[in-house]
Design a protein around this ligand. Structure first.
Ligand code: HEC
Ligand code: HEC
Length: 490
């Protein structure tokens, strides 16, 4: 494979098809052939420039991930892949197809080593722990960009709203960004895929057309939020000017055409065979509307909530011994994990956004008997189908690691709160929203460790261990392994 300058900058150009995927590539080349790329392909068996074939497989730690696009192929001439700013950043810089459209520490490390830390992701504005960090030498850059290298985190700077019912009295930031008004948080890029299933844009929902209480978006409002997001990303991350309306339309059309999921598991093989419906093609056909399966009465169709969120692997529960092969054990494990995800009863207490707000009966319930799906309610997708900012404790001061900042906040009612990220409170200005975040879409997980907004969980096993402790799940080792196997197959 030729390593071009581009290749160093943007991993997407470096994709090297495996033997198996070459066959797939040829099969999938049909749409591009129709577009007149026949010659190039026939002679070199290479993908035409500026195109990633549909369903191109990328390997990840537990198998392969694929993206299906309703556009037929991924067109790298879309402004999503273009340099629209002043610092060399493009959307794809932080949203890589190989990483389920986010970035991973190991790939960031490769990019760092390949470019001595000059790849466009390494820019002081928000790639560094603080914008004023010394980036004059390789070693200085290794230090400045350490959160990108260790946890894939970007610095998110947000001003405390003037109307907030709290003040920040102290910021203990290990890197020096100690301003108590312009706060610096460190968050994972959310995947810019599967956006058709979003009810909230950004971890804190700040790309919301109107401030205030979350309410169900309309599809048009989500679309407006995605447009605004693309403007803010270009002006912020890429330090550029507002893209043209045509460019914004193209970016949003592009990103909303994408569906990404794990397609192959090293141990269970293909994830869409023998009745299973894993993989991105089936995902693209999943029914969704705002409010679908909401447990708190926001479903416009008034259908009762079901905790059976995932139905992808039901058929693998009953693989008969007659059909036993090298994949069977792993498939059965995934299917058992799905059952746990759907059926495990969880006593939900102390969750801001659930246990402190009146539910359908008008009462506050300090304890709710729920499931994983109480919070991850969108069927076969796993985000919440209406905006649901929740505080499950990821940003709690007690979980702070030395690489995270600590904010001390004084609320108007006299309460003092410490947190590593105020989350939605910086959007609404409400003390009660401190530490609240949206639950991300639970697809394509295996390709995009680490997890949670601050990358606190290095693996999916760590995620489950968090839930075990936080909600006393009581899963035994085998059940935990099954649940992790299931999450990896999403
Ligand atoms: C420097 C890295 C970086 C660049 C460049 C970047 N993003 Fe992001 N993106 C992020 C981070 C970090 C988040 C999550 C921030 C948060 O939630 O507070 C994010 C979130 C998003 C989301 C929200 C997804 C969701 O589930 O809510 C979308 C959509 C998105 N980006 C699209 C884009 C587009 C389009 C561009 C180019 C115009 C772009 N990004 C450029 C880092 C980046
Ligand atoms: C009380 C609500 C709630 C329950 C119950 C819940 N989750 Fe979550 N989940 C969330 C929220 C909120 C986040 C995002 C938190 C953050 O990043 O601060 C999240 C994040 C995650 C993530 C990380 C996704 C990513 O992209 O980083 C995984 C995986 C996950 N949950 C799996 C599960 C599993 C498995 C269960 C059941 C054992 C479960 N969740 C139960 C609310 C919940």
């Amino acid at each position: 494979m030729k390593v071009s300058g581009k290749c160093k900058e943007i991993r997407v150009f470096c994709a090297q098809p495996s033997g198996r995927s070459l066959i797939l590539l040829t099969l999938l080349a049909l749409p591009s052939m129709m577009l007149g790329f026949v010659g190039a392909r026939a002679s070199t068996n290479q993908t035409p420039p500026n195109i990633i074939p549909n369903l191109h497989p990328y390997s990840d730690p537990s198998g392969e991930i694929q993206t299906f696009t309703t556009a037929g192929f991924i067109d790298e001439t879309n402004p999503f892949f273009q340099d629209l700013g002043t610092n060399g950043r493009r959307c794809v810089t932080c949203h890589q197809p190989s990483d389920a459209w986010t970035v991973t520490p190991s790939h960031n490390q490769e990019r760092f080593e390949n470019t001595q830390g000059t790849d466009p992701i390494f820019r002081p504005v928000d790639g560094a722990t603080c914008p004023m960090d010394d980036v004059s030498t390789v070693e200085a850059r290794r230090e400045a960009y350490k959160l990108l290298l260790s946890k894939g985190l970007i610095r998110i700077g947000i001003q405390v709203p003037s109307f907030a019912d709290f003040i920040v009295t102290n910021v203990d930031n290990p890197y020096g960004c100690n301003d108590t008004n312009a706060l610096s948080m460190y968050r994972r890029p959310l995947p810019s895929t599967n956006l058709k299933f979003l009810s909230t844009v950004m971890f804190d929902g700040r790309e919301f057309p109107v401030l205030g209480e979350p309410k169900p978006f309309t599809e048009a409002e989500i679309n407006a939020a995605l447009h605004q997001q693309a403007i803010d990303a270009t002006e912020g991350h890429a330090q550029g000017k507002r893209p043209t309306d045509a460019q914004l339309d193209q970016i949003v059309a592009f990103e909303t055409s994408l569906f990404t999921a794990q397609s192959r598991d090293n141990e269970a093989g293909p994830l869409h065979v023998r009745g299973a419906t894993g993989g991105p093609l089936a995902l693209s056909r999943v029914n969704f509307f705002l409010g679908i399966n909401d447990p708190l009465g926001n479903n416009p169709q008034n259908v009762a909530f079901t905790s059976t969120i995932s139905t992808l692997y039901q058929d693998w529960l009953n693989i008969s011994d007659r059909d036993y092969d090298e994949y069977t054990e792993a498939r059965r494990s995934i299917a058992r994990g799905e059952q746990i995800f759907n059926n495990l009863s969880i006593t939900i207490t102390g969750v801001g956004g659930l246990n402190d707000i009146p539910l359908q009966d008008g009462k506050i319930h300090s304890s709710i008997q729920g499931f994983c799906g109480t919070c991850h309610d969108t069927p076969n997708v796993g985000d919440h189908s209406v905006p649901a900012p929740l505080n499950i404790g990821i940003a709690d001061a007690t979980r702070r690691t030395p690489d995270m900042p600590l904010f001390t906040i004084l609320c108007n009612d006299g309460t003092r709160v410490q947190t590593t990220d105020p989350g939605r409170a910086l959007v609404t200005g409400k003390c009660t929203d401190i530490g609240k975040f949206k639950g991300p879409i639970l697809r394509g997980l295996a390709a995009r460790a680490p997890y949670f907004h601050n990358g606190m969980a290095a693996t999916l096993d760590d995620v489950v261990t968090f839930y075990q402790q936080r909600f006393n799940l009581g899963l035994n080792d085998k059940q935990q392994r099954d649940l992790v196997a299931f999450l990896k197959a999403l």
